[in-house]
Design a binder for this molecule. Structure first.
Ligand SMILES: N[C@@H](CCC(=O)N[C@@H](CS)C(=O)NCC(=O)O)C(=O)O
Length: 203
C-alpha cells in the first residue's frame, strides 16, 4: 500500500493528499511533526522534507514527482494530459510554477525567514504580481488547461487556499482567479484531503 508522509500544514504535502483522494484508492497518510522530525525522514529524503511517498521498496520525494507516479500507477481519472505535446507543456508549466511562485511559497513557509520582514514582503509581492498576471486566463478557462481538471490545478490549489493565511491580497482584477479557486475547493477530493489545520486557514 502507498504511504504518504505528510505535513499537516505543508502546501506540497497537500498536493499529494489531493491526488490520492482524487484517485480514490487505498493509501495511508502519516502526519509528520516538522518541529520534531523523526529520523527516518532524512533517511528517506536527503533534503529532510515532506511529502515522501513509499510503496514497497520505492521511496519518492518532491510533490510533483510523487503526483506523476500516482497518476501513472492509477490512471483514472487521468491528471496528466494523454497527448505528448500537452504533457510536455504541462511539465513546463509545473516547472514555471516552482520557479516563479512556489520559490516564494517556500520563503513564506520557512522558519528561518519568519524574522526577515523584507524577505516575506518580497515573497508576498511576487506571488501577488504573478497571480494577477495569470488571472485573466480564467475569464474563458474553467481550469488551467481549459475544460479539463489537471495536475496544474492540483499544484496551484494549495497556494490559492493559503492567500489569506499568507497575508496576500489580490487586486480586484483577479476575480476570475478567485472564481477558479472556488471551483477547485468545491471538489469532494479537495475537501477530503484537507487536514484540520488547513481547514481553519480559510474562513
Ligand atoms: N519542493 C518540495 C518542497 C517540500 C517542502 O518544502 N517541505 C517542507 C514543508 S512545507 C519541509 O518538509 N520542511 C522541513 C524542512 O525543510 O526541514 C516539494 O515539492 O515536495
Amino acid at each position: 500500500m502507498m504511504v504518504l508522509y505528510s505535513g499537516t500544514t505543508c502546501p506540497y504535502s497537500q498536493r499529494c493528499r489531493f491526488v490520492l483522494f482524487e484517485k480514490g484508492m487505498d493509501f495511508e497518510i502519516r502526519d509528520v511533526d516538522l518541529y520534531n522530525k523523526p529520523e527516518d525522514i532524512s533517511v528517506m529524503n536527503p533534503y529532510g522534507q515532506v511529502p515522501i511517498l513509499t510503496e514497497r521498496d520505492l521511496v519518492l520525494y518532491e510533490s510533483n514527482i510523487i503526483n506523476e507516479y500516482i497518476d501513472e500507477r492509477f490512471p483514472h481519472p487521468q491528471l496528466m494530459p494523454a497527448d505528448p505535446v500537452m504533457r510536455g507543456r504541462t511539465r513546463l508549466f509545473l516547472y514555471n510554477f516552482e520557479k516563479e511562485l512556489f520559490v516564494h511559497v517556500s520563503t513564506l513557509e520557512s522558519r528561518a525567514a519568519q524574522s526577515d520582514a523584507k524577505a516575506l514582503e518580497n515573497a508576498r509581492q511576487n506571488i501577488r504580481d504573478r497571480l494577477a498576471q495569470i488571472a485573466p486566463m480564467f475569464l474563458k478557462n474553467k481550469f488551467m488547461l481549459g475544460e479539463e481538471f489537471s495536475m496544474l490545478d492540483v499544484a496551484l490549489a494549495p497556494l490559492l487556499w493559503r492567500l489569506d493565511h499568507y497575508g496576500i491580497e489580490l487586486p480586484r482584477s483577479a476575480a476570475p482567479l478567485q472564481k477558479y479557486a472556488e471551483r477547485i475547493f468545491a471538489r469532494p477530493a479537495y475537501i477530503e484531503a484537507l487536514t484540520p489545520s488547513e481547514k481553519v486557514m480559510r474562513k
